[in-house]
Design a protein around this ligand. Structure first.
Ligand SMILES: Cc1ncc(COP(=O)(O)O)c(C=O)c1O
Length: 391
């Protein structure tokens, strides 16, 4: 690159595409009467007792920095939560780091372990931040395809084909955004066996761990021998409807958490104390609210999956998160064309599957964390659209 290049933006940043999701937000904002199945966030407000804990923090003058690791009370509560739920023991002193959303935890995990040119194996389709986080840390993304025929689960043998001498880690994001796929324990055990044999690490983004329907979530770090090799990433945004509070966390062995904390202390210092105090309330007393929201998502899930299949958009049954991922191939439109035209013609916002990787082409992501009447109205509009665009 010439020294006096007129573009001030670093190559590294130019390399990463703008999120395929954000550009729809501008379009949605410019139209009236849109039903949005686009944004991936709960439609519930944060349960009031959790919000109150944040308000109380401000009222009582808890307005200062915390330890770089996060409030020790929160780390203790998270350690107890992980022990009770998944039977894994993390020391609150040096194995848990509180972050600004799980987004920061993902970024820190990459920066802490990736050397330039090292490869991270990432299931495709997958969450939009995985590729940019890897690239910004100097790593190389190696996508591993997942297919509807296998309920969008990632298979150990497909991962193994992509392991090279440069492979550092496998990034797992299950329950999956955008597909709603959930991995079964025995399928994860096969991946754990690979991790052991090839001396790899796993970054396991389990932000949707609580949002599963009729199946059990297996925490990857709870598999034999995997706690040492896993950076567990999680947060409060989805399960507790706390997207705006920006609290997440990472749990891993002390040397990895120490490395992540080293980066975190210079770029973030700590997560907002009010949000951390609300998070303590969430993790210690939020169980009932989580159950209530999960039951409601499940009701909506059944309605949207049935509805999409009835209008000819074939949809496998998602068992986790709050997304349906139907095929739009029968319309002959690409996923981007489908999403753009559906928005303009019928004012329903969905996200093209291609925004989540090459294997997402031919699908759209419909978030069902919206009210049942809105889901029903969206389905009617989509039915009209599909009838117009069929063959
Ligand atoms: C799979 C996945 N991981 C991480 C995040 C980031 O969540 P947050 O930073 O709010 O914790 C999201 C948000 O949509 C997500 O879908």
């Amino acid at each position: 690159m010439k020294k006096n290049d007129t573009n001030p933006i670093a190559q590294r940043v130019r390399q990463i595409p703008a999120s395929g999701i954000r550009k729809y937000f501008d379009l949605i904002a410019s139209l009236e009467g849109v039903i949005s199945l686009g944004v991936g966030e709960p439609d519930f407000a944060t349960p009031w007792h959790i919000s109150e804990a944040g308000i109380y923090a401000i009222e009582k003058g808890y307005t200062m920095y915390t330890s770089n690791y996060g409030l020790i009370e929160l780390r203790k509560a998270l350690a107890a939560h992980l022990r009770n739920r998944y039977g894994i023991t993390y020391s609150p002193n040096n194995q848990i780091l509180v972050t600004t959303g799980s987004s920061e935890a993902l970024d820190l995990a990459m920066r802490a372990i990736v050397n330039p040119g090292e490869e991270i194996i990432v299931p495709d389709p997958g969450y939009v931040a995985y590729m940019p986080c890897t690239v910004l840390a100097g790593g190389v993304v190696v996508p591993v395809p997942t297919f509807v025929e296998n309920d969008f689960k990632v298979r150990a043998e497909e991962i193994e084909k992509r392991i090279t001498t440069k492979t550092k880690a496998i990034l797992l994001g299950f329950p999956n955004n955008p597909t709603g796929a959930v991995m079964e324990r025995k399928e994860l055990e096969e991946i754990a066996e690979l991790v052991r044999r090839h001396d790899l690490y796993v970054i396991s983004d389990e932000i949707y761990d609580r949002l599963v329907y009729g199946v059990e979530h297996t925490c990857f770090a709870s598999l034999p021998g995997m706690q040492e090799r896993t950076i567990l990433v999680n947060g409060f945004s989805k399960a507790y409807a706390m997207t705006g509070w920006r609290v997440g966390y990472a749990a891993a062995r002390p040397d990895i958490i120490e490395a992540m904390m080293k980066v975190h202390q210079y770029i973030m210092m700590c997560t907002s104390i009010m949000s951390q105090m609300a998070a303590i309330e969430a993790v210690t007393s939020g169980e009932e609210a989580v159950r209530h929201m999960v039951a409601e998502y499940d009701r909506r899930r059944k309605v949207i999956v049935k509805g999409l299949n009835e209008i000819g958009l074939r949809c496998f049954e998602p068992r986790g998160a709050f997304y349906a991922f139907p095929s739009v191939k029968s319309t002959g439109l690409s996923s981007e064309e489908f999403a753009e035209r559906l928005l303009k013609e019928e004012k329903v916002a969905v996200i093209p599957g291609s925004a989540f990787g090459g294997c997402g082409e031919g699908y759209i992501r419909c978030c069902y964390a919206v009210s049942l009447p809105d889901i029903e109205e969206a389905l009617q509009r989509m039915r009209r659209f599909v009838e117009r665009h069929h063959g």
